[in-house]
Design a protein around this ligand. Structure first.
Ligand code: NIG
Ligand code: FE
Length: 421
């Protein structure tokens, strides 16, 4: 069948098509996937049908109706997969930025009734329309950075009604624009204000009143924040076991500020990802890799310690060397990372976590797709996958992390359609 779209003369084609493996890229595979110089990508409708060097392009499939894009001197790569965001929230926390600059810590601000709880007040007070409008605004920003699939967590309602509302808003936002939105239930962010000091009762309420009203086909993941001031490892284990029994896949925010053992516990339960992990040690990472059999992805969030003025960044280099697959995300949220710039996160992961450019690119594409269960649909340029493709205005992989904070995206294609700003 004739191609409907062809990207030709791609200066460097980063397909991320790894060796046939049923696991995310780790170790050598995360480091050494192949770059095709002077390549092409061919699509029919919303799917990729062929990729390879220009010398192997089958000209007979190029018709007069084929949309042809010339990508000479440009990197062509898969659309970014943003695998950890708190997309839906009311208000912002610019006022707390001042407190932080004066030396208050993230947990001090939370303990004083601010932090997450301040966003909960603003979110509860917002209408569905206001939340949707703000979510769509942020999605537009993500799209401009080349994000084509995005995970969106609830977690700023902290009561049954508002948490369900937030999941509905996330799903509606996915229907209203082209970026694929994958929702996650993070009702277990911190105990709701009505349950202060009673985390177990709060989790019991979630299990009784919320989990039975959401469905894994629509909301595939259940997440929990395991940290001082949030939930203990024992509470998180019990809750995640209950969620798993209902058919949800598991995620955890753990080892963000202390080494409590949440990552290892979640990996034992088969979690699809363990997120933050700034305090996870190299030895802990080896145990996570071993108990999970390489299926659990560590999601690094390098803009968070930067924004929270912490010195400790996850030892990403050691994670990869230990065989733990690594993804990178912004963690976009109003408290610990108000940035949507996943390219900046990628650069900071190279600078502060020891990733090389190839590892970092795999971390925002294929491994991020694994972290949200979308690896069959996106994350690499391979026949059968959705035609989510970026043209960058840089000529090589090495320049991607180099232009610190710049947006290298020239053109975004989602599902075979060129997106116009
Ligand atoms: O992933 N750490 C917990 N939750 C979010 C921050 C939420 C907030 O501060 O509003 C995070 O960093
Ligand atoms: Fe988060």
């Amino acid at each position: 069948m004739a191609y409907t779209m062809l990207l030709r003369n791609c200066g460097q084609l980063l397909t991320l098509a790894g060796p046939a493996t049923h696991l995310p890229l780790a170790g050598e595979n995360q480091r050494n996937w192949r770059v095709i110089p002077d390549g092409y990508v061919a699509c029919v409708d919303d799917r990729i049908v062929a990729t390879g060097p220009m010398a192997e392009l089958d000209d007979t499939l190029v018709a007069t109706a084929t949309i042809v894009l010339d990508a000479s001197g440009q990197v062509v790569m898969p659309g970014l997969v943003e695998c950890h965001t708190h997309l839906v929230f009311g208000g912002n926390r610019a006022h707390e930025f001042q407190r932080k600059l004066q030396g208050e810590t993230y947990l001090d601000i939370l303990a004083s009734g601010g932090g997450i709880l301040s966003t909960v007040r603003a979110t509860r007070a917002a209408s569905d329309e206001q939340l949707l409008e703000q979510a769509l605004h942020h999605l537009k920003g993500f799209r401009e950075y080349g994000v084509t699939t995005l995970e969106a967590k609830s977690g700023y309602g902290l009561d049954a009604e508002t948490e369900l509302r937030l999941l509905q808003v996330a799903r509606e936002a996915g229907r209203r624009q082209p970026v694929r939105v994958v929702p996650t239930f993070l009702g277990a962010h911190v105990p709701g204000p009505e349950y202060r000091g009673h985390p177990a009762d709060y989790l019991h309420m979630l299990v009784q009143e919320v989990l039975p009203n959401i469905y894994p086909e629509e909301v595939p993941f259940v997440d929990i924040f395991c940290e001082e001031g949030a939930f203990s490892v024992a509470e998180a284990r019990r809750y995640l076991e209950q969620a798993r029994a209902l058919g949800f896949q598991l995620k955890i925010h753990a080892e963000q500020l202390h080494d409590l053992g949440g990552c290892e516990m979640a990996a034992e339960l088969g979690a699809i990802s363990i997120d933050h992990a700034d305090y996870l040690t190299p030895a802990g990472a080896s145990r996570v890799a071993r108990v999970s059999g390489g299926r659990t992805v560590a999601v690094l969030l390098p803009l968070v310690p930067l924004f929270l003025r912490q010195e400790r960044f996850a030892p990403g280099r050691a994670f990869i060397d230990a065989g733990l697959p690594v993804a990178i995300s912004t963690d976009f949220n109003p408290g610990s990372c108000p940035s949507k710039n996943l390219w900046l996160a990628l650069s900071v992961a190279c600078l502060k976590m020891g990733l090389n450019p190839a590892e970092a690119v795999a971390a925002v594409t294929l491994n991020a797709a694994w972290a949200v269960g979308q690896q069959r649909e996106c994350g690499s340029l391979e026949p059968g996958k959705r035609a989510d493709i970026l043209l960058l205005h840089v000529p090589s992989l090495e320049e991607i992390p180099y232009w610190l904070g710049e947006n290298p995206v020239q053109q975004v294609i989602i599902g075979g359609r060129i997106q116009h700003a």
